[in-house]
Every structure is written in C-alpha cells, then in structure tokens.
Design a protein around this ligand. Structure first.
Ligand SMILES: CC(C)[C@H](C(=O)O)[C@@H](O)C(=O)O
Ligand code: SF4
Length: 465
C-alpha cells in the first residue's frame, strides 16, 4: 500500500464515518466565526438549536470593524449592527469573542496563528474562503458556506467530499526581491484561477522549506485564488517553534504529546498525489496583476497583454474585458502604469514581516501617492509601533490605521473611489473588490511600497540596485 500524504493523515484522523454518496463526516477541532456568521446563527435560531461545543468556536470581529478608531458611534448603523450581532450571538451561546476592543483583535486568519489557536494536525473551518491560510502550520483548514457553519455550530461536525491531492513543489531558491506573494501569483498565473479546483494543495520543496512561517501563511492564503480547497505545508522545526508558547498552545506534558504527533505529519516518501506540479524558484520574478482575476498576473518587467495575439477568441475577449475595466492599453509596460493610491493590509500580507519589508523600502522617503496601512492584527500594530514602523509609514505620507479587513474588501467603508487605481497587498483584484469601479493591482508589500514612492508600478529589483 502506498504511503499517506499529509492531507490523508489529517483527514483520516478526523473522519467519523462515510455516507452512501461517499461524503465523509468530519470532526471539527476549531471553528472561527467573523461577523458573516450571523447567517448561520440565524439558521440555528430558526430551529431553536444550541451550539454543541461552544468552547470550540471563537468569534473574531474583522470584516466590518472601523480602522480610523475603535468608536462604533462613528460608523454607519448598518455596519454597527453586523458587529453587534457577532457580540450578541457569541454572548448568547457562550462562545469566546475577540471583539473590537480586545488587544488580540485582528483579521481572523492573522489572529488564529498568532494566538496559537491554529496548530498542526487540527481540522479548522471558518465561513471564509481564506481559511486556507491556517494550513501553513500543517492544519487542515478550509472555508465553508453559511449552512455548513450552522451544521458545525449545531454538531461540531461537517459533511465533506474528499478533495483530490495535489503537490506544488518549488525547487531551488528565490532571487532577491521575490516573496511568497510572487510565488503564489506566479503559480496561479500558470495554472489558472481554476487550476487547483477540487484539490487539496500541499506546498513542498526547498523554497518552501526556506520560507519563514509568516511567508508560508501568505502562500497558503492564496491557495483559494488558484481554486484549491485548502493549502498546507508539513510542520517542521520552524512551525513548532512558532506555535510553542502562544496563548492557546498546549503546555507541559500536553505539548510533549502534541509535538510527538506533529512530527508525524508529513507526506510519506511513497505517498501518491493525484497531480504534481514542479516549479523552480529561480524562475519566479516579482509579479503583479494587470487584470481582474489573480490569474491575470505577470512579471513586473513585462507588458500588458495584447488580445490580438491571444490563443483563442474567448481568451481575447477576456483580455479585452479586463483591459477595459482596468483602463489599460495592450503592450503598455507594466512599470508605466500610474497608481492613485496604495493599500498595505489584509490576511495575505499584513503580518509584522510584511510591514517591515514595506517600511524598509519607505524609510526616509516620501510617497507620491497616499494610502493606508492597516496591520493584520492589533498585536501586529503594537509590535510595529514598538519598532517605530508606524513613524516610517506616516513620515512617508501614508495613514497608519487600526487592524481589520479594511480596504481589502471595503465592508467597513474603507473604499477606493471609482476609476482610481490601487497597488494593494491583498489577494483579490475582482471588479469592484475595493469599491465600485476601483482598479486593483496585487503585489507584495515591498512592491506596493515601491509603487507608493514612484507613483507607478515599480520593479523592486531596480530599487535594490
Ligand atoms: C466576507 C467573506 C465571506 C469573504 C470570503 O469568504 O473570503 C471575504 O473574506 C473575502 O475575502 O472575500
Ligand atoms: S482581509 Fe480580505 S481576504 Fe482576508 S478575510 Fe478579510 S476580506 Fe477576506
């Protein structure tokens, strides 16, 4: 019998039974709930159901929270109402809440790892597509819909069809200026936004081994943008060191036992994958998106695609449509694209290493365009302030805000005006993502910082000399 993959091992450990349709009933170790959970709580209320294991759910306010300050009086009543529902639903069911004023508050996918809620081997869910992030620590973590969230709340279990297994192996090493964000945009541009549909992705190879835990979180975060059900990385010494000593992490004997288990979580040498993709880190360049899907990405030294030379009429139409929305011309050099503002934030790229890398580019410089920096969590914010990074950002002319999803999706009102173009550290460049008519270019934090200084998309390698 062939060996098991990392994914198989965790899936099997959580499978309670299978039904006739081949779906598995899975035990859910941890459930994270942001403001969007009100749909699921309403379903529970309709049927007068209790939360089966309140201690296994944690509420976190992130999508709607104001970033100018923490005063809810200042926000629109609709926004306030959604936050209040999270407070009320968690209170009523005895679920822990990391609310607006909590020093641990932040974006759910930043807070989970930071607080030690996320651990290797756990099965974690959240009513949010970027739950794939947590797989960076060797957890099996994926986003679920509102009815599934209600099922988890009521039973602590979930029916799922087992995805196929895919490994993305990245050999070699990364060149200077190339980050986890670039790896993600590169593979998604090669395989397509649907490329990993139906698969659980495992990232492996020398490049992945060399990545910091925070960079791995960025990479796994974007798994869903390539269609993956989840993204995961086998825990190693770095992971275990990262998890140890955090508020929710096991201690003493429990830690010893956990660590023994964590060290069994890797794909066996003879494990089989349904699909394997092998890339070389040396081929990855600093990458930016030019269109309205994360797959519409190219190396920064490239040019805007020409629909006339597209492989098919369908492809040509898609390019034309994207260029039309983005206000770009075929053949235009990517570095000639002027931006109106920047956003540094989101569960993709707003951890402390991200802020440090943007600040390094901005130190002592003045930005040509404005923008906001919203740290991934209140703890990241405090750490950044301790390091004086807030000062670097404000001296450069950017706004230093509170933590939340903010301009990644604009649900709290942080929006980009129609027609304006934003260099952004986020994960989605869909039409209207950052506001109706807003144009988004995705890239790494250092590249966003470089664009802020020059006022146009910029090759970070040119600044590094
Ligand atoms: C609002 C939420 C359900 C959504 C998601 O599922 O990802 C959001 O976080 C996003 O990034 O688009
Ligand atoms: S930061 Fe953006 S991508 Fe992440 S959970 Fe919030 S809205 Fe979704």
């Amino acid at each position: 019998m062939a060996g098991k993959t990392l994914f198989d091992k965790i899936w099997q450990a959580h499978e309670i039974c299978r039904n006739d349709e081949g779906q598995s009933l899975l035990w859910v170790d941890r459930h994270l709930a942001h403001e969007g959970s009100f749909h699921a709580f309403n379903k529970l209320a309709e049927r007068d159901l209790a939360v089966r294991h309140p201690e296994q759910t944690i509420g976190i306010a992130d999508h709607y929270v104001p970033t100018i300050g923490r005063d809810l009086i200042a926000v629109q009543s609709k926004v306030r109402n959604v936050i209040e529902q999270l407070v009320e639903n968690t209170r009523r069911h005895g679920v822990k809440l990391i609310g607006l004023d909590d020093p641990r508050q932040g974006i759910v996918h930043v807070v989970g790892p930071e607080q030690g809620i996320t651990q290797p081997g756990l099965l974690m869910v959240c009513g949010d597509s970027h739950t794939s992030t947590h797989g960076a620590l060797g957890a099996l973590a994926f986003g679920i819909g509102a009815s599934e969230v209600a099922h988890v709340l009521a039973t602590q279990t979930l029916w799922q069809t087992k995805p196929k297994r895919m490994r993305i192996r990245i050999d070699g090493a990364l060149a200077p200026g190339v980050t986890a964000k670039d790896i993600a945009l590169a593979w998604i541009s090669i395989l397509g936004a649907d490329g990993a549909r139906g698969y659980a992705i495992e990232y492996a190879g020398e490049v992945i081994d060399a990545l910091s835990v925070e960079a791995r979180l960025t990479l796994c975060n974007l798994s869903i943008e390539g269609g993956g059900r989840c993204g995961m990385i086998a825990p190693d010494d770095k992971t275990i060191d990262y998890v140890k000593g955090r508020p929710f992490s096991p201690e003493g004997e429990a830690l010893e036992k956990a660590e023994m288990y964590w060290r069994t979580l890797y794909s066996d040498a003879d494990a089989e994958f349904d699909r394997e993709v092998i890339l070389d880190g040396r081929d990855v360049a600093p990458t930016v998106t030019w269109g309205v899907s994360p797959e519409e990405a190219l190396p920064i030294d490239g040019a805007v695609p020409d629909p006339e030379v597209a492989g098919s009429e369908a492809k040509a139409r898609q390019i034309r449509d994207s260029l039309d929305y983005m206000g770009l011309k075929p053949g235009q050099k990517l570095t000639d694209i002027q931006v109106d503002r920047v956003f540094i934030g989101s569960c993709t790229n707003a951890r402390i290493e991200d802020l440090r890398s943007a600040a390094e580019v901005l130190r002592g410089k003045r930005c040509k365009v404005g923008g906001i920096v919203s740290p991934g969590s209140t703890q990241v914010k405090a750490q950044a302030e301790q390091e004086g990074l807030d000062k670097v950002f404000t001296d450069a002319g950017l706004e230093w805000r509170e933590s939340g999803c903010s301009m990644c999706v604009g649900m709290n009102g942080d929006l980009i005006p129609s027609g304006e173009r934003c260099a952004s550290t986020t994960n989605r460049n869909f039409k209207g993502r950052q506001g109706p008519g807003a144009r988004t270019h995705l890239m790494s934090p250092a590249m966003v910082a470089a664009a802020a200084i020059s006022g146009h998309l910029t090759d970070i390698r040119d600044l590094q000399g």
